[in-house]
Design a binder for this molecule. Sequence first.
Ligand code: FES
Length: 586
Amino acid sequence: MVARSRHRMMIRMTAPKGMKKGLTSYGDAEFSLFLRKAFVKAMGLSDDALARPIVGVANTFSDYNACHGNVPQIVAAIKRGVMLAGGLPMEFPTISIHESFAHPTSMFLRNLMAMDTEEMIRAQPMDAVVLVGGCDKTIPAQMMAAASADLPAVVVPVGPMLVGHHRGETLGACTDCRRLWSDFRGGRIDAAEIEAVNARLAPTPGTCMVMGTASTMACIAEAMGLALPTAASIPATHADRLRSAEASGKAAVAMAERGGLLPSEVMARAAFRNALIVLQAIGGSTNALIHLTAAAGRLGIAIDLDEVDALGREVPVLVDLKPSGRHYMEHFHWAGGVPRLLHELRDLLDLGTRDVAGTTLGERLAQVNTRDAQDVIRPRADPVSAGGSMAVLRGNLAPRGAIVKQSAATPRLLQHTGRAVVFDSLDDLAARIDAPDLDVTADDVLVLRNAGPLGAPGMPEAGYLPIPKKLAKEGVKDMVRISDARMSGTAFGAIVLHVTPEAALGGPLALVRDGDQIRLDVAGRRIDALVDDAELARRRAAFDTGGARGAAPAPERGYAALFHRSVLQADEGCDFDFLVPGRSLP
Ligand code: FES
């Protein structure tokens, strides 16, 4: 181990640096450097500037990404920090993905952003990189890219939005978007009010201010040591956000000079375990499990669903944020944010993991102020939910696992048996869910299939199936819902997700029929169709002949075809097989 790290250090010391790194291939290295410098000097850079450590700054600003509206200010602050520390910042663009502006889904494009970011880090001369991310899939894509490129990297989240206000109520994107839309569907608020609410749910730039996927992944990046302390929670519009960005630029120069730590050293196996503990304690998004699996997979680390479930039984939800609790990200920040949460969890964590500055978690936690009164980060003795946030289910419907976010579900529905009402696809769901003649009651189980990585494609956040309008009007707010889709981290309900393998691949969800009895047993960690094996075998034979009714056809060209050929299932992080070490090319 010591010999290997010494060998790595030697490589770092002797590898080309700055402008000499990754020269364009012309067959004459000196000419390549000569030419590169000739072009870069067109921007007015001096030889002094070009001799400095180079810090790449990945700019993810886009007019299509409102969550990243503050990126220009953040990039300017990072560049200031780099220059104050004696480095040369080099800003470059990458793909930017916003949840609501990505067709068919942002998840469909996450791997493309990861590939773009990885290849731009590799292709361009830089000694360290600062990755500015935020909206749901961006930080996961950047973590995957950093793991594969393995160049010193600091993550700078754009930060959460401030809360909105409406008629004396605090509002936030997008837990309240879903709640109020349900109220509108149920006739409890009218069209004029829902229009007014629409302008108040996302009142500033920044990411959704509940514990959705963006907040979850920012907290995880900080907990793992990829981002500076409190970087996950400083509000997007606060001056501290820019000071944190400046400090991140300085940190990147120090990493460029030292040649580390590398992402593969920061994202060690123990850091992933710490991340899973944090994921449970924050009541985090189920999506994070897929993203962590993908980032870990890039480093040859497997995330074990049984360990995830065991941690779910051991680690209580401590952070009182929507959708599992009451507050919003700005309240979490002023309560002490991730550092204070980690302090509360310290006996469960591996304190030897190191952050981008090389500081151990134990050393970081020794600095945390825990004196100030607050009611957002609960003590272990008084958790928001003792049972943890997420449970892993298995059964005849999910041989390779499914997930339920029990902390955001109606408790009585966590043990439930009901009649299946099956939708074959998103189109089928849209066409029939509100039909007055749909045969459905509040005790039924809504099943959506062909909404997984391949079937949809892109595993949309469609697992939060709407309550059929006629039931919503009767006041029904939650039902058991099962799918091979994902769910927004901002959503809530008795919702079983990520059923693996998905229906389009012949997973058992493809065999369920209207009227089957489905049993959800969260305490027993089971999800089963109460159909005998002989009948399931008959249905399997029919499926094998007829194929997946409702699944999207295989695309013929472009990224969609690459995605279809290469995407892995949820339990492998939905990464592409050819990007994961040890997975052979098809
Ligand atoms: Fe960007 Fe929620 S839509 S973080």
